[in-house]
Ligand binder design. Structure first.
Ligand code: NAP
Length: 511
């Protein structure tokens, strides 16, 4: 690969108060803690998945420090957020969108170099983040309450209530490595727009987008004491997660992390977007070429490191061979390589252990009688081939590729004789995020839609959550709650009933 990967000097043009470069070209970042750009002697290394070289160091914030930060946010920051009127909160998010647009080249480069995204995927994530910030008014319009008249019982006549939603206070936002900018933006939009303060805990693999986002939010005028970026390793998070001053946790991550956080946190409100990996069902009347192209994209885009990636392809017997060969053809065309090269379709995995895991899962499948149709090889420490593994329906459920979420560009393909079989095999996985169905027979499609235990079904396309214009979220081990514009407010707000008593005042003259 030649020279070690480095972020260009564009990043320093963004802010020298946030980042400096040492003689080896490694960037030293501060992090934002409720009004202070914080440096610490303890730091964590940040690698580029492109060649596994160290590109940056970020502060490793101790619990003692976080304790003072949480205190500041709890005592004053949550009131600063709440007492900023809704129209001003919208203006702040609008200005943040403008700043993201001004610095889109910097953010794109960071997503390519720190997260290993292709240029097209990185540009897409920056654009989605800008769009999400600009659509915050759509969330605000969903911030509705109720009016309840009291004349339904003797006891409540001459009283009435309004039921309003109010911010819970401090939201702990925990984001995964695969959408380090968009997931943070999305969770910040729905938490802040209703008046919450927040602490953002980014994934240790790629914390740079979150730190730069804090710089943007500060410049955009977000109340300075109302937010922080906690660069704390996940394994040191238990005390923060269980902190009573935090009222809600919005986590996107693996099911294992979600379960641990749920056990540790105690009584709080939760939104949990957890593990996934989706089935795609191909009916015999589907447009097979279109389906093969879209399913291939669903398997390899961002190297299969998407919660909504396709991991299981179930094909009706009459078209099985034809579809399988078309899909193999599509996967063979994928150009794997350096994501900085615009002709690359698929870049690296986030770290070498992700590639180890994929290769082990493919070997496990082969040992149990499955067959690799395309791919299956490692091309470098973090690079693998897009891979399709054929498994008979009698063995598919025993494979790790079926039982676990292998976060890599690999899927199983299985022949089914009936749609009931396809539904059964799909529902047999522990996850229930989304599914895709390709075909024309509306009755078959409708039945499949009715019976799949998932949060969203995509008909004639591969699952993609996009900016959440259509809400998404998991069932079973895939999570709790929904993300999507307007749909997440209920998890970061609390109802308050205000009951007015006018008894004997003559407001009402009942018969
Ligand atoms: P992960 O390892 O579970 O980490 C997610 C976040 O949780 C990271 O910030 C991590 O910090 C933190 N964390 C780990 N242990 C923690 C603990 N005990 N307490 C609090 N926080 C903790 O997941 P990932 O590998 O980054 O992301 C991939 C996963 O996210 C996949 O399972 C994918 O399906 C899921 N995902 C789901 C959706 C959805 O919409 N359902 C969307 C995107 C991704 P460290 O990095 O410091 O460990």
């Amino acid at each position: 690969m030649g020279l070690m990967v480095r972020l260009s000097e564009k990043i320093e043009s963004l802010s020298r108060e946030v980042v400096r470069r040492d003689e080896e070209g490694v960037l030293w970042f501060k992090t934002y803690l409720a009004g202070e750009w914080f440096e610490s002697r303890e730091s964590s290394l940040v690698y580029s998945p492109i060649d596994t070289s160290v590109i940056a160091r970020v502060p490793r914030v101790s619990y003692e420090k976080m304790d003072t930060v949480v205190d500041k946010i709890y005592r004053s920051g949550r009131w600063s957020a709440r007492n900023t009127p809704g129209h001003k909160r919208l203006e702040i998010l609008g200005r943040a969108a403008e700043l993201l647009r001004d610095y889109q080249d910097v953010f794109t480069e960071v997503l390519v170099v720190n997260a290993g995204k292709t240029l097209a995927a990185a540009r897409g994530e920056v654009k989605a983040s800008i769009d999400r910030l600009e659509r915050a008014d759509m969330d605000l319009r969903k911030l509705l309450g109720d009016y309840i008249p009291g004349d339904w019982s003797d006891e409540t006549t001459e009283t009435e209530s309004i039921v309003r939603r109010e911010p819970v206070g401090v939201v702990l936002i925990i984001t995964p490595f695969n959408y380090p900018l968009f997931d943070a933006v999305n969770k910040i939009v729905y938490s802040f727009i209703v008046g919450n303060a927040f602490i953002l805990k980014p994934a240790s693999a790629d914390p740079i987008p979150a730190i730069l986002l804090a710089w943007v939010l500060e410049k955009a005028g977000m109340p300075r004491d109302s937010f922080a970026v906690a660069t704390v390793p996940g394994r040191e998070m238990d005390r923060l997660v269980s902190d009573k001053r935090i009222a809600a946790i919005s986590l996107t991550g693996s099911t294992e992390t979600g379960e641990r956080v749920l056990k540790t946190a105690g009584v709080k409100q939760f939104i949990m977007e957890l593990g996934g990996g989706d089935p795609a069902i191909i009916l015999s009347d589907a447009d097979l070429e279109w389906a093969a192209q879209r399913v291939a994209r669903g398997i390899y885009s961002y190297s299969g490191q998407r919660c909504d990636a396709i991991k299981l392809v179930l094909v009706e017997a009459p078209v099985y061979e034809k579809f399988r060969d078309l899909l193999v053809g599509e996967l063979r065309k994928v150009r794997v390589g350096d994501p900085r090269d615009p002709s690359t379709d698929m870049g690296p995995l986030i770290d070498p252990s992700a590639a180890d895991l994929m290769i082990e899962a493919v070997r496990d499948a082969e040992a149990r009688g499955a067959r690799v149709l395309v791919g299956g090889r490692r091309l470098g420490p973090t690079y693998v081939e897009p891979t399709l593994v054929e498994a008979d329906k009698t063995i598919v459920r025993s494979l790790r590729l079926y039982r676990e979420e292998i976060f890599a560009p690999v899927a199983l393909i299985t022949r089914v004789d009936t749609i009931d079989e396809a539904i059964d095999i799909s529902n047999g996985r522990r996850y229930g995020l989304d599914a895709a169905v390709f075909g024309r027979d509306i009755n078959k499609i409708r039945k499949i839609v009715r019976l799949l235990e998932v949060g969203a079904v995509y008909i004639n396309d591969f699952p993609r959550h996009g900016i959440g214009y259509y809400p998404f979220g998991g069932r079973k081990d895939s999570g709790i709650g929904r993300e999507g514009i307007g749909y997440s407010l209920e998890y970061v707000t609390a109802y308050k009933s205000i009951v007015y008593n006018y008894k004997g005042t003559g407001v009402w003259e009942y018969l």
